[in-house]
Design a protein around this ligand. Sequence first.
Ligand SMILES: [Mn+2]
Length: 405
Amino acid sequence: MAFFESLSRLVAAVLFVSPFSHILVQGAGNVEYPVGIANTAAYGTINFTEIFAAYGHDKSNVAFGTSAYNGLTTFMRALPVRCFGADAATKYDVAVLGAPFDTATSYRPGARFGPNGIRQGSRRMSLDSINVAAKIRISDELDVVDCGDVPMVTTDNKVALRQLELANAALLSGSSLRTWEGKSIAKDGKFHPRVLTLGGDHTITLPLLRGVASIYGPVSVIHFDSHLDTSRPRKLVGGPWLPDEVVPVGHGSYFYYAHKEGLLAPDNANIHVGIRAPIDSWEKYADDRAFGFVISHAEVVEEVGWQGIVKAIRDAVGDNPVYITLDIDVIDPGMAPATGTPEIGGFTTREIKKILQGLSGLKVVGADIVEVAPGYDSQDEITQIAAANIGREILGLMAKTPLTE
Ligand SMILES: [Mn+2]
């Protein structure tokens, strides 16, 4: 607390001197310049929350500054909450959670810096602003907080993924701040917080799906990606591999495990969107179908438009609860270069916004945005800004539709 107190005092001294101080000194020329706080005893009576909030247009942000370029960097300037510690009793409707993990990537690593990269990309965004096209103000419907990052170890992926699984389950198992009229679609009939996870490589979706499936049962997955991510685990012969040892789960095989564990909705009610990567055999497509998915290729946007893609998604998932997982490589590398396995010919940011807005009304039980690797981004943060805006659209979908039957 002492740190924040002194921080607040420092900020107040710099920014807000004149409202509290009548001591002005005649400086050079006729410029009046404040020299300090008149009455330090007044610190205890100053309502910094109110004062700081007055300097921005936010209603929900009550902490640490309200301009786009100051204060703590949280996702869309959501309130920072120590969800796993001192603030564990705090209630909210959506928790933003960072999953800094990239030790199961197949090409360029760096997505461990994705959570803070996406937060940085969201600095000009506010939960209180109106998304004009989607006709929604998130803060009218949901209390969103930023829980920070799960400390995932770099030396053992099994342990790291378990750390995320436990943290995600802890958030999901609570009760949301708000309740809604009607019956919750959760198995226990209660309203739980939703989690928007910022990855991290795509492997993190496996423990995240375990979490939502435990609360809601199997969910329809809407998977935006240029790759299928349903690869079977390989068995390698010889070398250091033991006789029955397989290559552990990675960012191209987690859906194989999700299918095997029964986390995905049955009857091919799951869809990949934006697929365009090369494959090494047609068996991959047969497997993919067997593991529960249908495919919408990136190229079809030229023929069917965003409306056709929205229709394919809605046809696949019906009225099921849905989980959205979005690999930033679904966007064309011209607009989102900072990712581990770029593929040309992807969606534009305008197309992805139209597609996501077209999903209004679906019951989004959770979501993640993955594979943002800021180290490959341009100085202007183009990928991080794209990812952050996608997060805003997803929160908009959550805000529009409560999880009621
Ligand atoms: Mn992926």
